[in-house]
Structures are given as structure tokens and as C-alpha cells.
Design a protein. Structure first.
Length: 353
């Protein structure tokens, strides 16, 4: 099971499959859905999958010239992998010019900024829909809601994700059927036409616009933090599910979902996302109730202490009969944990409770 996007893009899946080892995760060509936004946009257009209009630029000067023809600022996206931070949503054209300079001139995301996608900004509600596919069968997973911005009220810079909940009431059965029909199935079929047998996770970031769902992006692995509330609700053997996906027998998989809701709160380090501080001692982990999950990310042990060692430090996940109950339990547990400079949003799931 290959989790992060970098090893998928680098062809770890190809290498293991060459040795006859089943892999949950696509080969490098399939990983281009995430690692190359220009490729993804081309595939979406070719398959007539709903998405925003966009243009790709390799030249900073040409991108600036294009901005001069617009009346509204486009979303600026580094085409390569940027650890979930390569999307900038400007409020003005001057903001867009500064974003282009950051990506293409100052190289804030390194080689990920060799190409940029300038994309029309969509309005609506953003949701995440994940599916598992073995290249033939597709299993749609319960919809999740991510919160990308650092601060309450969806303010501040984009991050890798500050919290999530599952299921999302924004997607009912009819809408999910439409997403499966108009987005997910055509994506798998289009990959097949490209000669790509995709085995792993298809993560569709969608905007629910007035004209229907449109694809913002694809990831080729579980999202973080969407994976945490999703896996907390999984009833069944995750390893068996992944193995059946890897071996092309997903249609035989047997799994179900806990009817309860799950809510995840991310605790981030001081200075995240620009310059996270490391080395702050984490207190209170032993005070978290036993039925609450605490996943470690940016941590390490020094002697008897666990300290911060990255941007997003911990993810706290709780289940509840309702999302309101899950939120209360997750925030209660999060309040028991402390470290200097700890950041977390206080409004995860607040929009629907």
C-alpha cells in the first residue's frame, strides 16, 4: 500500500509490480492525474468531464500577458506536486500577478512551478468524493468535507487540510449517482483509453456549482485529513479491501460503514504552513479518551518527550451518533492536547450543525 503521492509519481508502483508484488496505488502514468495538472485537465476535457476552463503556461511573461486580457483573477495552480499547497486563490488581478511571481520566478514550489494552470474560479460548495477502483470495478466511498484554509471562516492561506468530517450531507444519493456517472466512470474509462489500468484511490475534489458538480482536481491517494474520518467509519478488513483492489478482484470485496458520523481536527505547529516550528514538547496525549483516535504526523520522540517535527502535527478523530456529537468529542479531546504555538480551527463541521 503506497500512501503518499511522491513515491507514486516516482514509479514505486511500477517497480513493485515488475517484481510480481500486488500494489494498492497506481503506476506513474496513472499518478499523473495528480502529479501533472496539465495532463489531468487534458484528460478531463477529452472525456467531456465537467471542469473549469483553464490555460497552461510555461512562460511567466506569457502568463502575465494573459492576465492582462482578463477582468477577473484566475486560480493559480502549480502543475506539479507541491504537497497540497500549490493552489493559490487570488482576490484581485494584482494578487494573481504576485502569485505567478511566487510560483514561476521565486520558485516557491520548485520544479512544480515549471508549468502553471490559470483556471477560472468556480463558485459553490467544495466537497471531496473518493472511490476505490481496480481498473474495472468502482467502489464509491462516503463523501467527506475537507477544510483547506488555515483559519476559521475559510480565511488565511491554503494548507494540506485542517480538518474534515464524514459523511457530508452536501451530497445525497441522487447527486452521488450523478458524480459516479458523469465524473468517476468516465475518468476510469478515459484512463483505459490511455492504456492505463488504474488500481487504487481516485480522489475527486469537486465544486458543486449551480450547473452541477465540476472537477477541481484529482488526487491518486487518500486525502489527509479526509482519510481519518473515512477509515474511522470503515467496518471490515481494510487490508482485504486493498488487496482485492490490487489484484483486480474488487467486485468480491465485503465491507460496510459505521452509521455514525466522524470528525477530524488537525493540530498544526506554530508558523504552519509557511515556516512550521519544530521541537515543541507535546503534552496531554495520555488525557485523550480511549475511544478517540490520535494519528501522528509531524512528531518525533526525544527521550521521554514527543515533540513537534512538521507542519501538521496530530489529527484527532472522534465518532458520534450525529456530526454535532462527533464534533463535541473531537474538540474535547483536542483541548486536552497542548504544545507551544498550537494552531487549529474551531469551526470544522460548524456549517452544518
Amino acid at each position: 500500500v503506497i500512501g503518499p503521492e511522491d513515491p507514486l509519481a516516482e514509479g514505486f508502483g511500477d517497480a513493485f509490480r515488475k517484481e510480481g508484488i500486488p500494489v494498492f496505488g497506481p503506476n506513474a502514468d496513472g499518478a499523473k492525474l495528480e502529479s501533472d495538472k496539465a495532463f489531468c485537465k487534458h484528460l478531463l476535457r477529452t472525456a467531456s468531464i465537467p471542469t473549469a476552463e483553464a490555460r497552461v503556461f510555461r512562460s511567466h511573461a506569457e502568463a502575465l500577458d494573459y492576465l492582462d486580457t482578463r477582468e477577473d483573477p484566475p486560480v493559480v495552480k502549480a502543475c506539479g506536486l507541491a504537497k497540497g499547497k500549490g493552489v493559490i486563490v487570488p482576490e484581485t488581478l494584482d494578487d494573481a500577478r504576485r502569485a505567478l511571481e511566487l510560483v514561476m520566478v521565486k520558485r516557491a514550489f520548485g520544479d512544480a512551478g515549471n508549468e502553471v494552470l490559470l483556471e477560472d474560479r468556480l463558485k459553490g460548495r467544495e466537497v471531496s468524493v473518493l472511490a476505490i477502483t481496480d481498473g474495472r470495478s468502482i467502489a464509491i466511498l462516503p463523501p467527506c468535507q475537507d477544510h483547506k484554509r488555515l483559519l476559521d471562516g475559510d480565511l488565511g492561506p491554503n494548507t494540506g487540510g485542517m480538518g474534515a468530517y464524514c459523511p457530508s450531507p452536501a451530497i445525497d444519493e441522487d447527486l452521488m449517482a450523478k458524480i459516479e456517472r458523469d465524473v468517476l466512470v468516465p475518468t476510469v474509462d478515459s484512463l483505459k483509453r490511455e492504456g492505463i489500468e488504474f488500481r487504487g484511490v481516485l480522489y475527486a475534489g469537486l465544486m458543486l456549482t449551480h450547473s452541477g458538480p465540476k472537477v477541481l482536481e484529482y488526487n491518486v491517494r487518500f486525502g489527509d485529513p479526509e482519510c481519518q474520518p473515512l477509515m474511522a467509519r470503515l467496518r471490515g478488513d481494510a487490508v482485504d479491501l486493498f488487496l482485492r483492489t490490487a489484484t483486480g478482484t474488487l467486485h468480491d470485496a465485503d465491507f460496510d460503514w459505521d452509521p455514525r458520523a466522524a470528525c477530524t481536527i488537525v493540530l498544526a505547529a506554530h508558523g504552519y504552513p509557511d515556516d512550521p516550528r519544530k521541537g515543541d514538547v507535546i503534552h496531554g496525549l495520555d488525557a485523550v479518551p480511549a475511544d478517540v483516535l490520535v494519528d501522528h504526523a509531524g512528531t518525533k520522540r526525544i527521550g521521554d518527550d514527543i515533540v513537534t517535527n512538521g507542519g501538521r502535527v496530530l489529527a484527532v478523530t472522534a465518532l458520534g451518533d450525529t456530526l454535532a456529537d462527533a464534533r463535541v468529542a473531537a474538540y474535547d479531546a483536542a483541548s486536552r492536547i497542548r504544545f507551544d504555538g498550537m494552531q487549529y480551527r474551531t469551526d470544522i463541521g460548524a456549517d452544518i450543525v
